[in-house]
Design a binder for this molecule. Sequence first.
Ligand SMILES: NC(=O)c1ccc[n+]([C@@H]2O[C@H](COP(=O)([O-])OP(=O)(O)OC[C@H]3O[C@@H](n4cnc5c(N)ncnc54)[C@H](O)[C@@H]3O)[C@@H](O)[C@H]2O)c1
Ligand SMILES: [Zn+2]
Ligand SMILES: [Zn+2]
Length: 339
Amino acid sequence: MKAVQVRKARDLVLQEMDKPKISNSTDVLVKVKRVGICGSDMHIYHGTNPLATLPRVVGHEVAGEVEEIGQGVTGIKVGDHVVIEPIKYCGKCYACRKGRQNVCETLSVFGVHEDGGMREWCVLPEKQLHVVDPDLAWDEIVLAEPYTIGAQAVWRGDVEEGDTVLIQGAGPIGVCILKMAKLQGASVMITDLSDERLKFAEECGADITVHAGNEDVRQRVEEWTKGEGANVVIDAVCLPMTFELSFEVVSTAGSIVVLGFDERPASISQLPITKKEVSVKGSRLQTNQFPKVVKLLNEGRLRHEGLVTHTFSLDDVQEAFDFVESHPEQVRKAIIVFN
Ligand SMILES: NC(=O)c1ccc[n+]([C@@H]2O[C@H](COP(=O)([O-])OP(=O)(O)OC[C@H]3O[C@@H](n4cnc5c(N)ncnc54)[C@H](O)[C@@H]3O)[C@@H](O)[C@H]2O)c1
Ligand SMILES: [Zn+2]
Ligand SMILES: [Zn+2]
């Protein structure tokens, strides 16, 4: 079978590999149909993802069809359409015991710490697969994983109906957070530096869009919330400056959710955190969000509405990575299509 492997930085190959086989009774063999290209795949390709070891078959946003099941598989049958939950965890460490398996001590992420889904077939334990309505388009369900990132951020922020939520950044992750926050009944302001991205965010339900380069975000939040500040600020830009801004615009008793991997320090004093009793929360990958997202997809309440802008065949994978790299202003989400 063919697999997309990053051999070393900037060296991507369409590699011939053995088709994987079922080895445990709870294993499922999946014929891959669609894989999304994510910012973190680009980081692995560029050799700048500190968590990934090379060579690596990338891909963690995966949808496929079940081809074979192990004897102990009970909830999945041949022919089912599935999406992959990309985390493996120990189930015993503190995080796992607290229901936070996404930050397990021995976490292994499909396509990062171990070979992922950008290949014609893969084998995974049943518990890492979620069955979706077979009538849904592959291009629709392949977004399940990025939606779970949005769902996790909204869950970490305790977003409730009627809350004011400021999302910084209208990239694919900002848009996934936006969709989930709107489904939660929040009122959402979103910022970006791109008019095109802001326009798309508006189409996806943003109540207010703000160009962070041309407008003063502090002032816009102040006006919008009548001086209260945003109840939840979710940073999907992930720069020290957006992190710092979050503390200025958050309301009393509010929450700040961060998703970034930037190691540069930000300058934050204790005063706003204590005075406003703000909760600052990290949001990494997801835990328990797949069932929620699959339900929303099945009910037709979650649609990409133009989030997928480009598709490439497996044979054109190099072209796909080159295009994503060189046309960030055109690409929202690019998908690799398997036969
Ligand atoms: N924690 C997690 O589980 C997780 C998962 C996926 C992605 N991420 C992170 O989320 C972030 C967003 O991902 P993405 O794929 O949407 O990235 P992206 O680069 O496509 O989007 C970022 C957006 O922020 C905008 N921007 C830049 N500076 C800004 C500013 N000062 N104010 C407002 N907007 C600004 C850019 O124009 C861009 O549209 C990345 O840092 C990524 O590493 C985290
Ligand atoms: Zn991703
Ligand atoms: Zn664990």
